[in-house]
Design a protein around this ligand. Structure first.
Ligand SMILES: NC(=O)c1ccc[n+]([C@@H]2O[C@H](COP(=O)([O-])OP(=O)(O)OC[C@H]3O[C@@H](n4cnc5c(N)ncnc54)[C@H](O)[C@@H]3O)[C@@H](O)[C@H]2O)c1
Length: 437
C-alpha cells in the first residue's frame, strides 16, 4: 500500500549553518544545474535510479521521478556564518569551484547573505568571526534562531524548511546528564550549561520548529536522547552524523568486499593531507578527536570481529589527518591495508585517493535535504536510519548498532523508497530468482 505523502508543491528553504566550502559548493551546483551549465553528478536523488518489480519488468525510474521530491527550481538557500561573506565571496575563498563558473552565477550567489551565527570559540578554537549573535542565555539564542527561520520562510515565500549543519567540527563532547532528557536540556539552555554546544542550539531550534535537521559534521548536535525526544514530540525527522566522503567512503566500499570474501585483516592505516578551513579546524586536537571517533566506528561494525574472531580480532586501525595548506580542498589520502588469506598468507592493499572533499560532500547535502523533506511529508519522525547511506557515523536508535556497510545502507535506502510508494521490497536473496525470473 502506498504511504500518503503530502504534496511537494511550493518552495523549499534549505538552511545551512556554516556557509563554507561544502555549503557553497552545493549551492553553486544546484544553481548551475538549474541554468543547464553543470550536472549534479554524485547526487542520488538527481542522477540515481531504482529498480522496481521483477527484472523482466524493466522498470528503472530515476529517484526524482519515483518519489515526490522538491524540484531543484523550487529551492531557496539561506544560512548562518560567523563571517560576513556572501555565498559568492565565500565560494571564491573556498577555492573549490572555478572562478569562471562562480562569476556566471554571481548575481544569484551574492544575494545569499549569512545571518548572524550562534558561535562559541570554546567549541571551535581555531576560528574567530564577528557575525555572531549575543544574548544572555542559550535559550535566548535558540529563540533568535527560531525567529530567523520564521523570517526567512516568510520573506522567501517558502512552504517548508530543512536544516543541514555544514559548519565547522566542534570539540569533542560526550553525552552527559544535560543531554538525557528534554527537560534537562531546556533547563540547561536557560542556565547556560557549558556542555551545550552551538550545533545543539541550532538543532534544538530546528527540531522545536518542526524543521527536519541533518548533521554533516561529527559533533553530537542531535545525537542524544533529548533531541530524539523532541523530534518525536514535534514529529520531525532527524539524521547524522558526518557526511560520508573521501577515505571513509572508500573504507565502506572496500571493507564489505574483503568481508564477503572472508579475507582476514590485521591492520588498516589511514592518513590524509588537506589544506582547507576544515583541515585548519581539525588541526586542533580537540576537534580532531571528534572526527577520529566518528571515523573509527566503521570497520568494527563491518567486520564484526566478535562473530569472526579468526579474521578480524586483531585489527590495528589508525587514522591521521594532517593540515597541509598547499592542497586546499583537494585532499589526498593513503590507506595501507594488511590482509591475509588461505593458510594465513599475508598480502597488502594500497589506496591513494586524490579526492575533492567538497565535490564529494555537496551532493550529499542536497540529497539529505530533499529526502528529509520527503520524510517529513510522509509523516516519518525521529532518527531516519534509512539515510545512513550518507553518513560516516550513522545515528541509530538506542540499543541498535549503526549500519556502516555502504551496500546494506543502499538496500535499506532503496527499500524504504519502494515501501513509501507501495512497491515490492527487493532483498536480492537467492529466493528472488524463482519469484522474479
Ligand atoms: N568536505 C567533506 O568532505 C566533509 C565530509 C564530512 C564532514 N564534513 C564536515 O562538514 C563541515 C563543513 O566543512 P567545510 O569544508 O565546508 O568547512 P569550512 O570551514 O569551509 O566551512 C565551515 C563554515 O562554518 C562556519 N562556522 C563555524 N562555526 C559556526 C557556527 N557555530 N555557526 C555558523 N557558522 C559556523 C565557518 O565560519 C565556516 O565558514 C565540517 O564540519 C566538516 O568536518 C565535510
Amino acid at each position: 500500500m502506498k504511504t500518503i505523502i503530502e504534496s511537494q508543491e511550493g518552495r523549499l528553504g534549505i538552511l545551512l549553518p556554516g556557509l563554507g566550502a561544502v555549503a557553497t559548493t552545493m549551492i553553486t551546483g544546484v544553481l548551475a544545474s538549474r541554468k543547464g551549465i553543470g550536472l549534479p553528478i554524485g547526487s542520488y536523488t538527481q542522477t540515481g535510479s531504482i529498480r522496481l518489480g521483477k527484472r523482466t519488468e524493466n522498470r528503472n525510474p530515476r529517484i526524482k521521478d519515483f518519489v515526490p521530491l522538491a524540484a531543484m527550481d523550487e529551492i531557496v538557500f539561506g544560512g548562518w556564518d560567523i563571517f560576513e561573506d556572501n555565498a559568492y565571496e565565500a565560494a571564491s575563498n573556498a577555492g573549490v569551484i572555478d572562478q569562471q563558473l562562480l562569476d556566471k552565477l554571481q548575481p544569484e550567489l551574492s544575494v545569499i547573505l549569512p545571518m548572524k551565527a550562534v558561535f562559541d570559540k570554546k567549541f571551535v578554537h581555531n576560528l574567530d568571526g564577528k557575525n555572531v549573535k549575543s544574548a544572555p542565555t542559550k535559550m535566548d539564542l535558540a529563540e533568535a534562531l527560531i525567529a530567523d527561520m520564521k523570517d526567512f520562510k516568510e520573506k522567501n515565500h517558502c512552504s517548508r524548511l530543512v536544516m543541514v549543519w555544514c559548519a565547522s567540527t566542534e570539540t569533542y563532547l560526550e553525552v552527559s546528564d544535560v543531554h538525557q532528557s528534554l527537560e534537562a536540556f531546556e533547563d540547561g539552555l536557560r542556565t547556560n550549561h557549558p556542555q551545550i554546544a552551538p550545533s545543539m542550539i541550532y538543532a534544538y531550534a530546528a527540531i522545536k520548529s518542526g524543521v527536519p535537521f541533518a548533521n554533516g559534521a561529527p559533533n553530537l548536535s542531535c545525537d542524544f536522547p533529548a533531541m530524539v525526544e523532541l523530534a518525536k514530540l514535534t514529529k520531525t525527522p532527524i539524521g547524522g552524523k558526518d557526511f560520508k566522503t573521501g577515505q571513509t567512503l572508500m573504507k565502506t566500499i572496500i571493507a564489505p568486499g574483503l568481508k564477503a570474501r572472508n579475507l582476514g585483516v590485521n591492520g588498516w592505516f589511514s592518513t590524509n593531507i588537506l589544506g582547507n578551513r576544515d583541515g585548519e579546524v581539525l588541526d586542533d586536537p580537540e576537534s580532531f578527536k571528534t572526527k577520529e571517533v566518528s571515523k573509527l566506528g566503521s570497520l568494527d561494525s563491518i567486520f564484526e570481529p566478535e562473530l569472526n574472531p579468526d579474521l578480524y580480532r586483531n585489527i590495528y586501525h589508525k587514522i591521521r589527518i594532517n593540515y597541509y595548506p598547499p592542497r586546499g580542498d583537494n585532499k589526498e589520502s593513503w590507506d595501507n591495508i594488511d590482509i591475509f588469506g588461505w593458510l594465513g598468507y599475508k598480502m597488502q592493499i594500497k589506496i591513494n585517493f586524490l579526492c575533492r572533499d567538497s565535490i564529494l560532500a555537496a551532493p550529499i547535502v542536497l540529497d539529505l535535504a530533499l529526502l528529509l523533506d520527503l520524510a517529513k511529508r510522509a509523516g516519518m519522525s525521529g532518527i531516519q536510519e534509512w539515510l545512513s547511506f550518507f553518513f560516516k557515523s550513522p545515528q541509530a536508535a538506542p540499543g541498535l548498532e549503526p549500519q556502516h556497510d555502504l551496500f546494506r545502507q543502499l538496500m535499506k535506502l532503496e527499500n524504504t523508497l519502494r515501501y513509501l510508494q507501495g512497491e515490492n521490497l527487493i532483498t536480492h536473496l537467492g529466493l528472488d530468482y524463482y519469484e522474479e525470473d
